[in-house]
Design a protein around this ligand. Sequence first.
Ligand code: AMP
Length: 371
Amino acid sequence: MSNIRLHDKSFRPFIDYEKIEEAIDQVAIKINNDFNGSKDVPVLLCVLNGSILFTAELMKRLTFNCEIVCIKLSSYVGMQSTGEVRDIIGMTGSVRGKRVIVVEDIIDSGRTIANLIKMMEANGATETRICTMLFKPGCYKLDKKIDYVGMNIPDDFIVGFGLDYDGLGRNFKDIYVLDNNMKYYILFGPPGAGKGTQAASMAERFNLCHISTGDLLRGEMAKGSELGLKAKALIEGGNLVPDEIVEGMIENKFNTVEGVSGFLLDGFPRTIAQAEALDRMLAKKGEKVSGVVSLMIPDEMIKERIRHRAAIEGRADDASDETIANRIKTYHEKTEPLVEFYKKTGAYNEIDGIGTIEEVRDRISALMEKI
Ligand code: AMP
């Protein structure tokens, strides 16, 4: 088996068809044990499009009378920070008074099956069991135990055997995983922690595109563009500019910069909503945050460093004590909660930001080598 190419991405072999068949055999044995001899006719609910192949293979192996109903859920990314919205398109038959076995190709967070369970109840199913070919235990957030699992897999982006990347790849009988060399690092920390200084040398060292939202916004201000004018008062007051503005800038860079091994984000995300938007942007590309490098310094040092920088760079938002105080307040209120956000995803790494530029640089680069 060799790599396959779908759209702009390469995928390497991950699970071969023989293993998939063995897993389906095992699932079918368990379901047959539970349902053989029962008097009712349970419904297999095939969740389109991903579970078409799995449902077909599973159904061939079932030895009790059962029916099939298909359902299609559409997911799209909404404009609101609440994130993904799911919308039912249709169900091809009735589940009223029936026991239902939901057949999924893959379960990660569990959001889809939580919706499906509610839908089955609302449509009069007497019982809902969940069966999935692939399960990502590291991502699963529900209390409900999955009744039948083919295989556990890590949190990787996969295609084949019904699963797609932007419409392609469902027809492959083996499963492939994204052959991903692109890195997405976040350099995190309070204002004045030294993110800008360190980001420049890390970008060079690891061939990354350094995206500083602060620099991009200052560039717009210098040009006197509409966006720059909008941002000016907010920046000079020590406040954040609206999420949509910075998110648009970031996505534009992701989609246009070429020839780099990844991206180093500096000053983004700065709110939970931005972090969620980033996850959605990356998920669309089959990517995720590779790691967060958090540069930590105490509040007293933030003020001292910003005053020092003001003398060198002459930034308007470094000029007054009031603006500096507001930026620190904004950091604690809106940005610091990201520490917990990224601790939960396992991407968070903290570095002591106290020391000379070279000392801190060596700490960051040793960490980034490991990520
Ligand atoms: P920085 O150069 O990263 O200190 O950013 C300077 C200013 O630009 C911040 O104080 C904000 O007003 C604005 N800014 C930069 N990045 C963001 C962001 N991700 N979200 C909202 N505002 C931002």
